[in-house]
Write a protein that binds this ligand. Structure first.
Ligand code: NAD
Length: 370
């Protein structure tokens, strides 16, 4: 009998509904294999929610997110909402959702498919078949630490200040998520900090080391200072498997790593929280890109970041690694055959639209599954 999985789908704004519709085609194919039944509820977030409810996220949508097995979100934002009060802006809806769901670990893979190696900003041989995962702590550190503020310094000007702070439980929960991932991948974890300068990093390094010794001695753990990590990522990125780091360093390193992969239209992410009493882990899957107002409504957006986000959902929330591998293979084959949306098209190729790309992936899935 098929297992039932409850998904909350939040298409959001701009190209969101277009890339979500494309992803539903792949979702339907997975469902047609008969192993799983997706119960999909559609909700509103961002500007789409503001237009109807005058807030970027309602309590009812948060409640739906908390009772779903996983949330699939496209993107939010648009110029028409830029003049709204801070609390009503689309991104506040997204930040609130992440906070309410307690999503402390942000997973950003940087994968370079063979067919797109030449689209990278680095030399093709450095990134060909690259597959690394950056795990960023998402709800702690200097972005949330207190005290923070801006104060007047009479006669001098002003002083802006923030607090970089990490406690043992905050470090352990994200490190555990990273060790678990490493265990499912290449069994290598690099913890990135600035322990030569920051006390918060000294605690970070100690706690990661203790957890490694106590529970994860099968994983090859290394430590690296963040400045060195930035250099190593552009010098020899394939030396890494999983990287775990704090909120600030992760923000910067994950964007740096993502640019090696060519286009924003290819980049997925997952954000994970704690598991409940039944072992169900809070999880939100979303592409890295925004709502792309410049191309919204034209049917030309690349749906692969959204489809890959759904693929991460299969892998990490539903333990459907075999199906996820097949979808990865189908996307690679389609790209190798020269089927490209406008953002990744090469000279001489004719770009396809959003739905055509999804149709090509589904057709390839059907062929591979025969
Ligand atoms: P963006 O990611 O929306 O677009 C940047 C550029 O990349 C644009 O030229 C766009 O056309 C292109 N692009 C993005 N996704 C694409 C795709 N799937 N296929 C093809 N091309 C794609 O970033 P932006 O322009 O800085 O922001 C636009 C809006 O999105 C803003 O309101 C911003 O606040 C919001 N935003 C939302 C998120 C999110 O939902 N997580 C993230 C970033 C920005």
């Amino acid at each position: 009998m098929a297992v039932v999985r409850k998904i909350l789908s939040l298409a959001g704004d701009g190209i969101g509904p277009e890339v979500m519709a494309a992803t539903r085609k792949v979702m339907d194919w997975v469902q047609s294999t008969g192993h799983v039944k997706f119960e999909v509820t559609e909700g509103l977030i961002g500007g789409a929610s503001y237009d109807v409810h005058k807030v970027p996220l309602t309590d009812a949508t948060i409640a739906q997110a908390k009772t779903s097995d996983a949330v699939l979100l496209a993107c939010i934002g648009g110029p028409q909402y830029d003049t709204l009060a801070y609390e009503l802006r689309p991104e506040r809806g997204l930040l609130r959702l992440r906070k309410e769901m307690g999503l402390f670990a942000n997973l950003r893979p940087a994968i370079v498919m063979e067919a797109l190696a030449t689209a990278s900003s680095l030399k093709a041989e450095l990134v060909r078949n690259l597959d690394i995962m950056i795990v960023r702590e998402l709800i702690g550190g200097v972005y949330f630490g207190e005290p923070r503020g801006i104060e007047d310094l009479p006669g001098i000007g002003r002083r802006g200040f923030n607090t970089q702070v990490y406690s043992t439980p905050e470090i352990i929960r994200v490190a555990r998520a990273a060790f678990e991932l490493a265990r499912k991948r290449g069994k290598k974890l690099c913890s990135v900090d600035k322990a030569n300068v920051l006390e918060s990093s000294v605690v970070w390094r100690d706690e990661v080391t203790k957890l490694h010794k106590a529970e994860y001695s099968d994983i090859d753990l290394s430590h690296m200072y963040v400045d060195n990590c930035a250099m190593q990522l552009v010098r020899n990125p394939k030396q890494f498997d999983v990287i775990v780091t704090d909120n600030l360093f992760g923000d910067i390193l994950s964007d740096l790593a993502s640019m090696m992969t060519g286009s924003l239209g290819m980049l997925p992410s997952a954000s994970l929280g704690a598991a409940d009493a039944n072992g169900r882990q809070a999880a939100l899957y979303e592409p890295v890109h925004g709502s792309a107002p410049d191309i919204a409504g034209k049917g030309i957006a690349n749906p692969l970041a959204m489809i890959t986000s759904f693929n991460m959902m299969l892998r990490y929330s539903f333990s459907m690694g075999a199906e996820a591998d097949l979808i990865d293979k189908a996307m690679q084959n389609v790209l190798s055959a020269g089927v490209r949306t406008a953002d990744i098209v090469e000279p001489g190729q004719k770009p396809v639209g959003t739905l055509e790309m999804a149709d090509a992936v589904v057709a390839e899935l059907k062929r591979l599954a025969k």
